[in-house]
Design a protein around this ligand. Structure first.
Ligand SMILES: [Mg+2]
Length: 250
């Protein structure tokens, strides 16, 4: 009997038309059948949000491509429970390649990471890929890395309830490090502008004051030129704090 062909669900938060998801699909097409279910427009910063207060529309582009006018979490939920048939159920879900880093605290805002997390919650292994670059995104190397790590995840399997948040540095990485999530030093900067009708509007941005590139963190790996692979899970419990807070119990 011929071995079953690998099926891969692809999503992202930069939107269906972004360069990163196209590069990812091209690379992963070499290892299996890809099904793309992605937000119709950019959803960066959507985090793990689910759209509950308005209807969602699915648009089928062809036999293996769909857009959803919602978040990455909406996309994965609809892909696994509405769009794909039982025969099309994916072996793995790959999210990205994000235009920009998802390191440290920023992983909690990330729709890219959330797409992989939603798949993991729904019983499909999840991987998130991000390219650490502010502009001039060249996805050549990150697409190669995404293919390599996806193959490894399919071969070895992932630990239970675990997703991988993978960040790829600019240029050619010198290797791969398994890391823990770090903490950033940054503060929000709100810029105020006036619209043509004379009313103010705002953009949320931030200024980086530094980062802790130490202690086996994602920041350290990227700073040293490595690909950072951080195993994550949806369980947000701070296990250390449970011990510290024993005296709160009555
Ligand atoms: Mg994004």
């Amino acid at each position: 009997m011929a071995s079953e062909k690998v099926r891969i669900l692809i999503t992202n938060d930069d939107g269906y038309h972004s360069e990163g998801i196209i590069a990812l699909e091209n690379a992963l097409s070499e290892i299996g059948d890809c099904y793309v279910v992605a937000p119709a427009s950019e959803m960066s910063g959507a985090s793990h949000s689910l759209t509950l207060a308005r209807p969602l529309r699915i648009r089928q582009i062809d036999a293996r491509h769909w857009t959803v006018d919602g978040t990455p979490t909406d996309c994965v939920t609809l892909a696994l429970n509405q769009i794909l048939s039982a025969e099309e159920r994916p072996h793995i879900c790959v999210s990205g390649i994000n235009h920009g880093a998802n390191l440290g605290d920023d992983a909690t805002y990330s729709g890219t990471v959330a797409g992989a997390m939603e798949a993991t919650i729904l019983g499909v292994s999840g991987l998130a890929f991000s390219l650490v670059a502010n502009r001039n995104h060249d996805f050549t190397e990150s697409a190669k890395i995404a293919k390599e790590i996806t193959e490894m995840a399919l071969q070895e399997g992932l630990p239970p309830k675990t997703l991988l948040n993978v960040n790829v540095p600019k240029g050619i990485p010198i290797g791969i490090k398994v890391t823990k999530q770090g903490f950033k030093d940054a503060r929000p900067v709100i810029s105020e502008h006036i619209d043509p009708r004379g009313k103010p509007y705002y953009w949320i941005g931030e200024v980086r004051t530094g980062f802790h590139a130490e202690g086996g963190t994602d920041f350290e790996a990227i700073d040293e030129g490595f690909v950072s692979v951080t195993p994550m899970r949806s369980d947000l419990t701070n296990h250390l704090a449970i011990e510290m807070m024993q005296n709160w119990e009555r």
